[in-house]
Design a binder for this molecule. Sequence first.
Ligand SMILES: NC(=O)c1ccc[n+]([C@@H]2O[C@H](COP(=O)([O-])OP(=O)(O)OC[C@H]3O[C@@H](n4cnc5c(N)ncnc54)[C@H](OP(=O)(O)O)[C@@H]3O)[C@@H](O)[C@H]2O)c1
Length: 283
Amino acid sequence: MKVGFVGAGKVGCSLGMLFATTQHNLVGFYSRTSTSAKDAADFTKSKHFQNLETLIKESDTVFITVPDDAIGKVWDSIKHMSIAGKMICHCSGSLSSKIFRDIEETGAFGFSVHPLLAVSDRYSSYKELPKALFTIEGNEGHIGEIKSLLEKSGLKTVSIDVSVKTRYHGAAVMCSNLVVALVQATQDELRKCGFYDAQLGDAIAPLLLGNVNKVLSVGTKDALTGPIERNDVGTVEKHLAVFSDIDREIYRILSIKTLEVAKEKHPESDYSQLELLLNNQED
Ligand SMILES: NC(=O)c1ccc[n+]([C@@H]2O[C@H](COP(=O)([O-])OP(=O)(O)OC[C@H]3O[C@@H](n4cnc5c(N)ncnc54)[C@H](OP(=O)(O)O)[C@@H]3O)[C@@H](O)[C@H]2O)c1
């Protein structure tokens, strides 16, 4: 299966490099800026195309790895070309294959193929791709071919229903970008306690990394410690009294979620006082 890329950015370069090195099936790149396509082609030892139609003609499978907002526009250009029998994929987490409007009329098959990974670098992130789970949805008759294409390059895949793509992407955001926000809130509060920027890494690394490793090895219930689990109402009340604005709201809302885990872990405990405290503190 010969693979071509429209969009020579981080995901395009990374997936392209992986296909090139593992299956030698990479045709090359077309991109908005010709130098981007050329750089990606040089990197992957493939071709760069100045004409979109030529790339499409030479590829059996086309990955549209442009920003989400541009996927529909690229599709609008491609759908009038001769694409019957070709696989058309994009890599957006939030959009589904439905973005390829009227694809049935073209004879092509549409898919969304999303890596659960932050792809941060055009030239080195390809090494990280095999760690990620790729979620795939799209044409049911041909989804097996896309799975097989990825799996032959050592990638892990799972099918996802088209109806849950937005929820799925929101969930992924919670454990990646929103963790960044939680770390930011922690750092902001620690600065108010007198910590210097240089000390913040040492202060939070064992907590953050220890927690992530524990959650991944034993699950949320067994990993949980702290005042919520201990039903320490007085401590939580004092925390709420010193925090303000958004950090207070983050603490309160996440404590309500933490309480769900604590209740499941200790069904014998009466957490009603803590529950009342957390729910009665809305701004
Ligand atoms: N990065 C991640 O962590 C990540 C993770 C999972 C999924 N994704 C998804 O992967 C897709 C690509 O993201 P990315 O991070 O690789 O973006 P990116 O690094 O910004 O690359 C996008 C590339 O597409 C080119 N481009 C933009 N508009 C175009 C158009 N109309 N026609 C042709 N090329 C165009 C860009 O311009 P130039 O030609 O000017 O360079 C750039 O090379 C998105 O759907 C994103 O949601 C990203």
